[in-house]
Ligand binder design. Structure first.
Ligand SMILES: N[C@@H](CCC(=O)N[C@@H](CS)C(=O)NCC(=O)O)C(=O)O
Length: 324
């Protein structure tokens, strides 16, 4: 998934480190496509716990995807990445995700929606749905029964998993131990009781009600805050996609519950940048299996080559011994 010409306006190659199903990865990926900035990609498999490998921790000691690099600059965090792209790639050839006029009503409205949508607790929602399946109607790929089971295991073992990685790394021990503590009972906790989940769901419901009211218009060329397709639309698109994949769309908008939001969602699904940013997420399991097979076959091929080399060497030595 690499553009033909990878050089951007700075003459550098942007490189995007991400994982297919990661919510925050999808947000910044959609922005990269919207802005039509050339970039290369590198997968960091959260399933294989690659975010804890030293090479990645050197890029982002928080052990989180996504990360963008622009030459020697390293930009972690989806919000920072989107803002970096907007600040540095907004001239003629690139897409524009914020209004040119900064103080306008539309601009203020976009900021208001970003403030509302960006802090929503998406990881607790995602893992909470896996832990409390009675809260979902019809989970869709990538949230297959296998993955939901795997997510329940992760929810239970996450602090222990992080501590295990911390023990292995002298350089990142302290930062990972801190992360483990936060995953246990701090800001990074994804282990929610059924009662806590009610509060989480309510938070999403209130935010989506505001989006429903804002999408209420008969103009066909209207996005969340106006005619410009903005960062707030990316926030909402990827959020609706996550809720739909978790199988909670009936609870929040489908079946006439929030018709304007439903129309917005239908329109969004046709948008090219949305399809490209989420396609791999829905098909993630197929791709990660393929990746695993390729990795394994690489090891297999290397062993086969080594074995053949040893056999050939032994044969040459054997022939020499016979001759002497
Ligand atoms: N605020 C960050 C959050 C990034 C984040 O939480 N990423 C998750 C995946 S969606 C992650 O990498 N988790 C791995 C871990 O914590 O071990 C952003 O917006 O990029």
């Amino acid at each position: 998934m690499t553009s033909e010409n990878n050089e951007n306006g700075n003459g550098n190659t942007l490189k995007y480190f991400y994982w297919y199903t990661s919510f925050y990865s999808q947000r910044a990926l959609m922005a990269l496509y919207e802005k039509r900035v050339p970039f290369k990609t590198q997968i960091v498999s959260l399933l294989a716990e690659e975010q804890y490998e030293p090479w990645f921790l050197k890029l982002n000691p928080c052990a989180e995807v996504p990360v963008l690099t622009d030459g020697v600059k390293v930009i972690p965090d989806s919000t920072r990445i989107i803002e970096y792209l907007e600040d540095n790639f907004s001239n003629g050839q690139f897409g524009q995700l914020t209004p040119k006029e900064k103080g306008s009503e539309e601009s203020k409205n976009i900021e208001k929606f970003r403030d509302l949508l960006e802090p929503l607790p998406v990881p607790p929602l995602t893992f909470g749905i896996a832990a409390h399946p009675e809260l979902t109607d019809n989970p869709k790929p990538p949230f297959t029964p296998f993955i939901l089971k795997r997510m329940r295991e992760i929810t239970k073992n996450r602090p222990a998993i992080i501590r295990e990685h911390a023990e292995k790394s002298a350089e990142f021990r302290e930062v990972l131990m801190k992360k483990a503590a936060e995953a246990e009972q701090g800001a990074l906790s994804i282990n929610k009781t059924r009662e806590e989940m009610d509060a989480v769901l309510q938070e999403f419901d209130a935010a989506l009600q505001k989006a429903q009211v804002n999408s209420l218009t008969d103009k066909s060329e209207w996005w969340l805050c106006g005619e410009l397709f903005s960062i707030a639309d990316i926030d909402l698109a990827i959020l609706l996609n996550r809720i739909n994949q978790l199988g909670c769309e009936q609870r929040f908008w489908a079946g006439g519950k929030r018709p304007f939001l439903e129309a917005y969602w239908n329109k969004m699904q046709k948008r090219d940048s949305f399809k490209r940013a989420t396609y791999f997420s829905a098909n993630a399991m197929r791709f990660s299996k393929l990746r695993g097979t390729l990795k394994q076959s690489k090891t297999f091929l290397a062993s086969l080559t080594a074995a053949m080399g040893i056999a050939l060497l032994s044969y040459i030595v054997y022939r020499r011994v016979l001759k002497s």
